[in-house]
Design a protein around this ligand. Structure first.
Ligand SMILES: NC(=O)c1ccc[n+]([C@@H]2O[C@H](COP(=O)([O-])OP(=O)(O)OC[C@H]3O[C@@H](n4cnc5c(N)ncnc54)[C@H](OP(=O)(O)O)[C@@H]3O)[C@@H](O)[C@H]2O)c1
Length: 243
């Protein structure tokens, strides 16, 4: 797919990983709808950076803890920028819990934000992209779905659902819409943690360094641009899954 002139919706596109995906899409020629939840100011700043790259931008807030917000968000993006060809599901929570202390309420709320919202965003996006138009979805998942975290229990189950959803949606939406995912390892320290926290984790992986967001953006672009890839989950983890 040639990204030039396409419109994209990036959830959680205002900050950190999501911001780098927004700017990479704009750099490749896309107009971008920057979704945010609490980061209204950063969303406006990110939109200005998109415009500085010569592309159109729009911003919109939605609390995706309620998957019912998905259809309205896709409609807002379509109203602002025209048919959305590219959907990036990056917004997520990262709550701490374990099998021992998980609650039904917490588990449901994590599944709603991190799994159900991407599912219903993809449903609404595919329904809105009618006719002959082609499209690409990239989900953002976590390499830890293979060897799961013990202390982000609900989160890792939800991301495991994203892995399966990526494959199921790839089948359901082919051949018009391709659905792939990037599975991240040590990319940035989690919110509230410092660089030292991530560097300690990175010391244990083959590449021996924190990835930063650039390799994630490069992998996302490759998945969108390669028209024969669907149902693929690309690890961006410096070889962390090998050890
Ligand atoms: N950082 C890493 O090393 C790493 C590793 C593995 C996987 N990942 C995955 O990569 C993606 C981005 O990671 P990140 O570290 O940049 O995430 P992050 O800093 O935790 O940001 C999460 C994003 O999700 C949005 N969000 C949170 N709660 C929301 C809600 N209720 N409704 C709508 N949006 C909500 C936030 O929007 P606002 O800021 O507007 O509230 C924010 O943009 C996530 O899917 C994460 O699971 C990251």
């Amino acid at each position: 797919m040639d990204i030039t002139g396409r419109s994209a919706l990036v959830t959680g596109g205002a900050t950190r990983v999501g911001k780098s995906l927004t700017l990479a899409l704009a750099g490749a020629g896309a107009d971008v709808f920057v979704h945010y939840n609490s980061s209204a100011g950063p969303a406006e700043e990110t939109a200005s950076e998109v415009e500085a790259l010569g592309r159109r931008a729009a911003v919109g807030g939605a609390n995706l803890s309620d998957p019912a917000a998905a259809a309205e968000l896709v409609a807002a993006a379509t109203d602002a920028l025209g048919p959305i060809s590219i959907l990036i599901n990056s917004a997520s929570g990262f709550p701490k819990d374990s099998l021992a202390d998980a609650t039904i309420e917490g588990f449901r709320s994590t599944l709603d934000l991190t799994l159900a919202s991407p599912v219903f965003l993809t449903q609404a996006y595919a329904a809105a992209l009618s006719g002959e138009a082609d499209g690409a979805v990239v989900n953002v998942t976590d390499v830890k779905t293979r060897r799961p975290y013990l202390d982000h229990f609900s989160y890792v189950i939800a991301k495991g659902g994203i892995d399966t959803f990526t494959r199921a949606a790839a089948r359901a939406l082919a051949p018009r819409i391709r659905v792939n995912a990037v599975a991240l390892g040590v990319i940035l320290p989690p919110p509230g943690e410092d660089d030292f926290y991530a560097e300690k984790l990175a010391a244990a992986i083959p590449m021996k360094r924190v990835g930063g967001t650039a390799p994630v953006a490069a992998a996302m672009l490759a998945l969108i641009q390669n028209d024969f890839l669907t149902g693929e989950i690309v690890r961006v983890d410096g070889g962390g899954h090998l050890v």
